[in-house]
Design a protein around this ligand. Structure first.
Ligand SMILES: *Cc1c(COP(=O)(O)O)cnc(C)c1O
Length: 432
């Protein structure tokens, strides 16, 4: 594999201009290459497993627009369904039959969901679910885990260093203490810490929210018994269990982590894949809890563009494609091959790594591991990851520009793409 220095002149020009127009030159911070150094690549188009930048370079993509494109970018059937829907208008602001169709698909797929509310992003879904947890239980405190991301709403932006764990100190300027005072945090996979929080606050915790498989501090699995333990604890204390499956829903299995592991939360948030590349989120769960949501009940939450026909169409078509026999087996097989190939390439070249995959999600940390939580993940050699990331980019492989992000595969990735990626990784890792 030849790796010539990338020509990215046009990307650099556009990004330089963007920095004068938008904070940091991006519309979402993860797109900047802050943690790996260098400048982001400006995309021109995406198709299947590939992305092309504005200088004409082609990359095998493992970001998949951060999760949605599990069928491959710009899938012809999704695009063609969108063309058809477009002709009938882009937003109704009135009930639309396509909402029923997607709602039925989601309810049938996700074990915990008996009713669903569509919104426009994962952030909105998590904001809605937070209010619902509080409205239904009449309690204000929630437990979240260090390193889990639930969108950028005030209450979820809490840094969870051990010393400040129960103080709920905000993670970003502009977030008032009053917004995070009710946010209790525990290390992921630490059931004892959760028990202690419940013991100290027996009647005031509305619920526990988590990524049932973590993607937002890198790829981290729940330890055996962790999800079961949370299910029991929340029941015992009359609190709700919420799985944030914005990333894992329809990716780890068609019915998400809850289907894969057979643990049913009370409420679930979704996003990413169910919008098929258009802006969508959703929250849903037990019908008696969802009955609280306006206009059925008193908990207010609304959205001008929620449930719009374009987003519903892309979601429906994407889920239809995922329903075809063998899709998840295919995703599992190629992802496992990729993950094992990357780990072996690293170890053969003397690097200390750990990681793994499940279904269409994978991760590799530059640390000995095992990684059970964010603190473990932070032991990774970030400088080495930065060089690895750059090297892979120069070999035509686009990885998420952070050690603390999971990787995503799609139905469009071929065996040959995986082989090329592993070969590139061998070369890059041999040079580090
Ligand atoms: C991406 C993500 C969100 C936020 O979704 P947006 O659509 O980016 O607002 C929330 N929770 C999890 C687990 C996510 O991965």
């Amino acid at each position: 594999m030849v790796s010539t220095p990338l020509k990215t002149t046009r990307s650099e020009e556009i990004f330089a201009a963007a920095q004068k127009l938008m904070p940091g030159g991006v519309s979402s911070p993860v797109r900047a290459f802050k943690s790996v150094g260098g400048q982001p690549i400006v995309f021109d188009r995406v198709q299947g497993a590939y992305v092309w930048d504005v200088d004409g370079n082609q990359y095998i993509d493992y970001v998949g627009t951060w999760g949605p494109s599990i069928c491959g970018h710009a899938h012809p059937e999704v695009i063609s369904a969108l063309h058809e829907a477009l002709e009938k208008g882009t937003s109704f602001g009135a009930p639309c039959y396509l909402e029923n169709v997607l709602a039925e698909m989601v309810i049938e797929a996700v074990p915990s969901i008996e009713m669903v509310r569509f919104v426009n992003s994962g952030t909105e879904a998590c904001m809605g679910v937070l209010r619902l947890m509080r409205a239904f239980t009449g309690r204000e405190k929630i437990i979240k885990f260090e390193g889990c991301y639930h969108g950028h709403a005030d209450s979820f932006l809490v840094k969870a260093g051990s010393g400040v764990a129960t103080l709920g100190l905000p993670d970003s300027p502009g977030v008032p203490k009053s917004a995070t005072g009710g946010t209790l945090t525990a290390p992921y996979n630490d059931l004892e810490a959760v028990k202690a929080l419940f013991k100290d606050n027996p009647d005031s915790i509305a619920g526990v929210i988590l990524e049932p498989i973590v993607g937002n501090s890198g790829f981290i699995r729940p330890d055996a018994g962790f999800l079961e333990g949370l299910r029991e604890l929340t029941k015992e204390y009359g609190a709700l269990l919420v799985f944030d499956e914005v990333m894992t829903g329809f990716r780890i299995a068609y019915g998400g982590v809850q289907e894969k592991f057979g643990i049913t939360p009370d409420l679930t948030t979704l996003g990413k894949i169910i919008g098929g590349g258009l802006p969508v989120g959703a929250y849903g769960g037990r019908a008696d809890i969802m009955a609280m949501v306006a206009p059925a009940g008193p908990m207010y939450q609304a959205g001008t563009l929620s449930g719009n026909p374009l987003a519903m169409t892309a979601g429906i078509k994407t889920l239809e494609l995922l329903q075809k026999p063998g899709t998840y087996e295919q995703l599992e097989t190629i992802t496992k091959k990729l993950s094992e190939g990357l780990l072996k390439a690293a170890r053969d070249n003397g690097h200390t790594v750990c990681g793994g995959s499940l279904s269409a999600m994978f991760g590799m940390f530059f640390t000995e591991g095992p990684v059970h939580n964010y603190d473990d993940a932070k032991k990774s050699d970030l400088a080495k990851f930065g060089k690895f990331h750059r090297g892979m980019l120069e070999c035509g492989v686009y990885l998420a520009p952070s050690q603390f992000e999971a990787g995503f595969t799609s139905l469009a990735h071929t065996d040959e793409d995986i082989d090329r990626t592993i070969a590139a990784a061998r070369d890059v890792l041999a040079s580090l």
